[in-house]
Design a binder for this molecule. Structure first.
Ligand code: BES
Ligand code: MN
Ligand code: ZN
Length: 581
C-alpha cells in the first residue's frame, strides 16, 4: 500500500509579531551583521541580514496598510493511498466512481454492462441503476450524483461523469475536483476513488491518472480563506485511489503530485493576496523563505534598488520609481545535491505587485485596474515552481528563478511618458506608454538571466490584454524562435493539462517599435500587441540562449471562482524534470 501525506495550505504571514517587535528584531540583527555586505546569499533566516534587514523592516511594516494581514490557516493534511482494496469492501464516507457515458450503457434488463458498475449494483440490489436513471445521470462531463445506498462498506456512492471518454490528465484532474466538491458538501473525512473502466490503461497511464486524480482532489479541496474573518474546517483526511495499482513507483508519483500541488497552492496564495499586503518586499521575503526551507538545494540573492542601480538596471528602476514600496530583485538558485548540473535553466517571472498603469493610468470599464494585484502572476508561477523543485530535488539540472519585483504607481518621482530609460545591456528605450511596464522590468531580468550562463530561459508574464483578446481567458500564448524548446514545453504541458498556443514572432512587426530618439519604443500600435511585446523582450536575450516567452494574462485568473489559478507551475516543474538527468 502506498501512503502519502499531502499538506494543503502553505499560508504565508508577514510576521506574527507586532510591527514594533519586528523593528526591534531587525535593528538588533543589523547591529550584529556587517554593513558592507553587498549580495546577501543566505541559507538561514533572511531576517539575519544587515542592509536588507533594515530595508525589510521599513518596507514590511508598510505592508500593514488597511491593517490587513493574512490569517495563519492551519495546514490540513490529506493522506493519499493507492491500493487494490475491492471497491465493495472499501469502507468510508464516499465511494466515488468515475464513469464515462459508455460505462453507463445498460442492457435490456436495465443492468449495467460495465463489470465494475454491475458488481457494485448487485450489492446495492439494483438501486444504483435505478437511481442513476431517475437522476438522469448519463456520465456527461460535469455531471455528478451522490446517493446514500445501503449494502456496501461505504456510506455513500457518488457517480462522477467523465464525458464520452476520459484519457487526458485534465479529465482526471476534473474527476479529483468533483470528488473534492462532493467531499466538501458531505463533510466527508475519507473517500475512495475508482474508475469504472481502468483495465485498458498501461502502467504508465495508471501512474499519470492516479497523480492527476490526487492533484485535482487537493487543489479542489483548497479554499483560500486567509482574508476572511471566518473559515470552514476541512474535514477530508484520507483518499484511497482504488484499482490503479500500488507500489513504490505509484508512491513516487503521488509524492510528486503532492509537491507540485503545494507549489500551486503557494502560487495561488501569492496572486490572491492584495497589493497592500503583498508588496515587492513581502514577495522577496516569501522567496527568501523558500530558500531557507530548502536550504540544502536553494540559495537566495535579493538586490535592493541601490544594488540594481549598480547593475545599471535603468529600465526596471524606471518602472519602480513612483512607488513608496521599493523594488526588490529576487534571484533564487537551485543546485542539485550530489554532482554538477548538466543543464542550466532560468525561469523569469513578471512581478508587478500592482499595475496602476502609471501616468498612462488604467481607466474605463474593462481596464481591470482593480484586479492588477494579479500582475505578479508570472512571478508566482516561478516561485511556486521553485517551492516544488525544492521539494522534488531533481538531479543534473541547475535552475535560476528570477523576478524583478516592483509596483507601477504614480508620483512626482515616477517615469513620464516620453522618458528614455537605459537597460542593463546598454539599449535605450523611449517609454511611449508607462502602462507597458512589464516588458521594461523583464528586459533587465532577462539580461540578468543571460548573465547566469544559462542555456534555456522561459519567462512568464501577464504581459498584454492583447493576448487575452487573441486566445481568451484560458489559453496562454507562447512565443519562441526555438522549435526544440517549443517541443519540450508542449510535451510538459500535455502532462500538466495547461493550455498553450504558439504565436508567431513576426519580425516585420518590429517596424512599429522604432523610435526617433532611442533604440526602440516600448509599445507599437494596437495591432498584434502580444507579438510586439514578445519582440521587445527578444531584444534583451542573448542569441545563443534558447528562450521562450509565455503570456498568461488570460489564464492567471479564474473569473468565475474570483481566484488565482496557479497557472504555469505544473508545466514549469514538468519541463524542469524533463531537463533533469
Ligand atoms: N498587466 C497589463 C496586461 C494585462 C491587462 C493583463 C489586462 C491582464 C489583463 C500590462 O502591463 C499592460 O498594461 N499592457 C498593456 C500594453 C499596452 C499599453 C501596449 C495592455 O495590454 O493594454
Ligand atoms: Mn501595464
Ligand atoms: Zn502590467
Amino acid at each position: 500500500m502506498a501512503a502519502i501525506v499531502v499538506s494543503l495550505a502553505s499560508s504565508f504571514v508577514v510576521s506574527s509579531s507586532s510591527p514594533s517587535l519586528l523593528f526591534a528584531r531587525f535593528r538588533s540583527a543589523a547591529a550584529v551583521a556587517s554593513a558592507s555586505s553587498f549580495r546577501l546569499s543566505f541559507a538561514v533566516s533572511p531576517l539575519l541580514s544587515s542592509r536588507r534587514g533594515k530595508l525589510m523592516a521599513h518596507t514590511l511594516a508598510q505592508a500593514t496598510l488597511g491593517l490587513t494581514q493574512p490569517a495563519h490557516v492551519d495546514v490540513p493534511k490529506i493522506a493519499f493511498a493507492a491500493n487494490d482494496i475491492d471497491l465493495v469492501e472499501w469502507s468510508g464516507d464516499i465511494l466515488a466512481v468515475g464513469v464515462t457515458e459508455k460505462d453507463m450503457a445498460k442492457d435490456e434488463n436495465s443492468k449495467f454492462q460495465n463489470s465494475i458498475l454491475e458488481r457494485l449494483d448487485a450489492k446495492l440490489s439494483g438501486l444504483l441503476a435505478e437511481a442513476s436513471t431517475e437522476e438522469d445521470f448519463t456520465g456527461k462531463s460535469g455531471q455528478s450524483v451522490v446517493l446514500r445506498l445501503p449494502g456496501i462498506g461505504s456510506k455513500r456512492v457518488s457517480l462522477i461523469g467523465l464525458g464520452q471518454s476520459a484519457s487526458t490528465p485534465t479529465a482526471f484532474q476534473g474527476l479529483g475536483e468533483a470528488v473534492a466538491a462532493a467531499a466538501k458538501a458531505a463533510q466527508a473525512s475519507n473517500v475512495g476513488i475508482v474508475l469504472a473502466s481502468s483495465e485498458g490503461l498501461s502502467a504508465e497511464s495508471k501512474l499519470i491518472t492516479a497523480s492527476a486524480i490526487a492533484s485535482g482532489t487537493v487543489l479542489g479541496i483548497h479554499d483560500d480563506t486567509r482574508y476572511k474573518s471566518e473559515s470552514k474546517k476541512i474535514a477530508l483526511k484520507s483518499v484511497d485511489i482504488l484499482g490503479l495499482g500500488s507500489g513504490p513507483e505509484l508512491d513516487k508519483k503521488l509524492k510528486y503530485a503532492e509537491d507540485v500541488s503545494s507549489g500551486i497552492i503557494f502560487g495561488r496564495e501569492l496572486v490572491n493576496s492584495p497589493a497592500n499586503v503583498l508588496t515587492p518586499a513581502v514577495l522577496a521575503n516569501e522567496a527568501s523563505k523558500i530558500a531557507s526551507t530548502y536550504s540544502d538545494v536553494i540559495s537566495a540573492t535579493i538586490l535592493d534598488a541601490e544594488q540594481c542601480k549598480e547593475l545599471k538596471m535603468g529600465s526596471y528602476l524606471g518602472v519602480a520609481a513612483a512607488s513608496a514600496n521599493p523594488p526588490h530583485f529576487i534571484h533564487l538558485c537551485y543546485k542539485p545535491v550530489g554532482g554538477p548540473a548538466k543543464v542550466k535553466l532560468a525561469l523569469v517571472g513578471k512581478g508587478l505587485t500592482f499595475d496602476s498603469g502609471g501616468y498612462n493610468i488604467k481607466t474605463g470599464p474593462g481596464c481591470l485596474i482593480e484586479l492588477m494585484k494579479f500582475d505578479m502572476g508570472g512571478s508566482a508561477a516561478v516561485l511556486g515552481a521553485a517551492k516544488a523543485i525544492g521539494q522534488i530535488k531533481p538531479p543534473g539540472v541547475e535552475v535560476h528563478f528570477i523576478v524583478a519585483a516592483c509596483e507601477n504607481m504614480i508620483s512626482g518621482t515616477g517615469m513620464r511618458p516620453g522618458d528614455i530609460v537605459t537597460a542593463s545591456n546598454g539599449k535605450t528605450i523611449e517609454v511611449n506608454n508607462t502602462d507597458a511596464e512589464g516588458r521594461l522590468t523583464l528586459a533587465d531580468a532577462l539580461v540578468y538571466a543571460c548573465n547566469q550562463g544559462v542555456e534555456k530561459i522561459v519567462d512568464l508574464a501577464t504581459l498584454t490584454g492583447a493576448c487575452i483578446v487573441a486566445l481568451g481567458p484560458s489559453i496562454a500564448g507562447i512565443f519562441t524562435p526555438s522549435d526544440d524548446l517549443a517541443k519540450e514545453v508542449f510535451a510538459a504541458s500535455e502532462l500538466s493539462g495547461e493550455k498553450l498556443w504558439r504565436m508567431p514572432l513576426e519580425e516585420s512587426y518590429w517596424e512599429s517599435m522604432k523610435s526617433g530618439v532611442a533604440d526602440m519604443v516600448n509599445t507599437g500600435g494596437r495591432q498584434g500587441g502580444a507579438i510586439t511585446a514578445a519582440l521587445f523582450l527578444k531584444q534583451f536575450v542573448d542569441e545563443k540562449v534558447q528562450w521562450m516567452h509565455i503570456d498568461l494574462a488570460g489564464p492567471v485568473w479564474n473569473d468565475k471562482k474570483k481566484a488565482a489559478t496557479g497557472f504555469g507551475i505544473s508545466t514549469l516543474v514538468e519541463w524542469v524534470l524533463r531537463n533533469s538527468s
